[in-house]
Ligand binder design. Structure first.
Ligand SMILES: Cc1cc2nc3c(=O)[nH]c(=O)nc-3n(C[C@H](O)[C@H](O)[C@H](O)COP(=O)(O)OP(=O)(O)OC[C@H]3O[C@@H](n4cnc5c(N)ncnc54)[C@H](O)[C@@H]3O)c2cc1C
Length: 509
């Protein structure tokens, strides 16, 4: 017989904590389970993380949030993808767009045509850009945006998009949502964790003023230190710095010098990369770098040179170790967000991993027996998802041909995980990819970085061999023209945002 959980305790009120509170308040609305969030004003939140992947639309829809209201209250703009500058080689730029390549109604896999075309051009000493055949990349380049509509050209299809937003305001928005649905909040610093003497199950948290918060299921959203999953349960940490050498970040906010772009920009530097995320009211900037190659003061200097229009905030220095907990769910404690692990924000995946862990938790929601098979299933699926994202990020570094610093020489020469080398080898030989549909980054994303960073396969689809060169040339030109034409009919992104979801005023501090 089932023994339902009556009390859930979420430790931490950052993005992870309030996403968990909102999602569980919605999913467990009629279960009778109480939900309590414990957070400490003294400790605060990490306060960075402002770009998403398209999946956030589904999470907001699951909660029933109104999109315009969400965008207004979080100073959000639309994100069509990420522009990578100087990654493959100095002077090279490309877009990892969320929208597919070619024409939506095309009957062949468009990239197979592109491969053949690119190889033909290469033999003439010419290079072509994959971006020229992508609706999102072309719209981004022209700073245009249009929401998906039934009326969009059936040939070019719709733009796929994510958001840039202020994550602290998002947490505030979700807090209001959760509190309206009965979630209780306890402010205070946890100083002790009580565990069952034999099983080690967590029973209660003690706050600095002596208050005791008891529960049956604990969600650890306490940030990097993982107060419950590591501090109490000693789950262990699997480190990945041999593939992802960056271990520091400096984040700073600046004013808008131009109307917000509909994409994030990541510009590679001598020992890492700098992000630029345009919101309605300001720009988020940060430098992710390797402390073995660059000291903190020099990194801050480089970042300040890069930031346009002056800093609005004191630069914030953050240390991290790339990797994940060995058991993200251990006994009656599940870790979420930074407490579960950390991957550098190159592809803006932190918030997505919180969201997908939450949806997985809801589908495998335990009772008080905490069935080990259920927990193992959760851990296996979550590990697989995180490793897929990790591999995709590693590929960005591996695929460089930069030789101008020790950092990039090391990245280009490093041994990558077996899973990554299999993908790269197959692509190099045949132009084929072996991603799975359930992966966050599927074929389109891998192609964007492979072509964007200068990889061209040796072979192309044998089924395309009989196509005459002139037909291929005509088809490629027609695709580009159709996409370009569709983009020219779209409104300017900044204008669209101000009409659709302009924030009423700058947020209160
Ligand atoms: C440099 C950087 C850039 C990032 N960029 C992105 C991005 O662009 N996109 C993206 O999706 N993700 C990004 N992320 C990840 C994203 O910021 C995090 O996933 C997200 O903010 C979740 O943080 P959190 O809630 O887990 O932790 P935190 O924000 O650190 O919150 C921890 C909470 O725990 C509480 N707490 C801790 N200890 C105690 C205690 N003893 N007692 C009581 N309360 C306690 C704190 O008060 C706080 O409320 C980035 C991360 C970093 C470091």
């Amino acid at each position: 017989m089932s023994e339902p959980i009556k009390q859930i305790v979420i430790l931490g009120g950052g993005t992870a904590g309030w996403m968990a509170a909102a999602a569980l308040a919605k999913a467990l609305a009629n279960s009778g389970a109480g939900i309590c969030v414990v957070e400490s004003d003294e400790i605060g939140t990490i306060g960075v993380g402002e770009a998403s992947v398209p999946g956030l639309q589904a999470f907001n829809a699951f909660l029933g949030l109104d999109e315009r209201e969400f965008m207004r209250s979080c100073q959000a703009t639309f994100k069509l993808g990420i522009e990578f500058v100087d990654w493959g080689a100095l002077g090279r730029r490309y877009m990892h767009s969320f929208t597919g390549y070619g024409l939506a109604a095309g009957s062949r896999q468009f990239h197979r045509l592109f491969q053949r075309f690119a190889l033909a051009r290469e033999s003439l000493g010419k290079t072509i850009s994959f971006d020229d055949y992508n609706l999102g990349a072309l719209a981004g380049r022209s700073r245009r945006f249009l929401l998906p509509t039934a009326g969009a050209s059936s040939r070019t299809g719709n733009l796929n998009f994510a958001f840039h937003f202020d994550a602290a305001l998002y947490a505030r928005h979700l807090r209001q949502y959760a509190e309206r649905r009965g979630v209780r909040r306890e402010e205070g610093k946890v100083v002790a964790v009580q565990q069952h003497a034999e099983s080690g199950f967590i029973e209660a948290l003690t706050l600095a003023d002596g208050r005791r918060v008891a529960g049956e299921f604990f969600i650890d959203c306490s940030g990097f230190k993982g107060l419950l999953i590591e501090g109490a349960l000693r789950s262990g940490y699997e480190e990945w710095s041999r593939w992802l050498p960056c271990d520091r970040a400096i984040a700073v906010q600046s004013g808008n010098t131009e109307s917000p772009l509909p994409f994030t920009r990541s510009t590679a530097q001598s020992a890492g990369w700098i992000w630029r995320i345009p919101l309605q009211h300001r720009v988020g900037n940060g430098y992710v770098y390797s402390s073995a190659d660059l000291d903190d003061d020099s990194a801050e200097k480089q970042l300040r040179l890069h930031v346009q229009n002056g800093a609005l905030s004191e630069p914030r220095r953050i240390r991290f170790v790339t990797g994940k907990r060995r058991r993200i769910w251990d006994r009656n404690c599940l870790a979420l967000g930074l407490a579960a692990g950390f991957l550098e924000p190159l592809e803006s995946t932190g918030i997505h991993l919180i969201q997908s862990s939450l949806l997985r938790l809801i589908s495998l929601f335990p009772d008080r027996r905490f069935e080990p098979a259920e927990i193992d299933t959760f851990n296996r699926q979550t590990d697989e998802e995180i490793c897929d994202v990790r591999d995709f990020i590693i590929a960005h570094y591996k695929l460089t041909s930069r030789q101008d610093s020790e950092f990039w020489r090391r990245c280009g020469a490093m041994e990558v995980p077996e899973r990554v080398s299999q993908i790269l080898q197959l692509f190099a030989a045949t132009g084929r990819l072996t991603t799975r549909p359930e992966q966050l980054f599927t074929t389109q994303s891998w192609l964007a970085i492979l072509y964007g960073q200068g990889s061209l396969p040796r072979g192309f689809d044998p089924l395309l061999a009989p196509m005459p060169d002139a037909d291929l040339e005509r088809e490629m030109a027609a695709v580009h023209q159709h996409l370009q034409h569709a983009v020219s009919a779209m409104p300017d992104h900044a204008e669209f945002v101000s009409r659709y979801c302009a924030a009423v005023a700058p947020p209160n501090p």
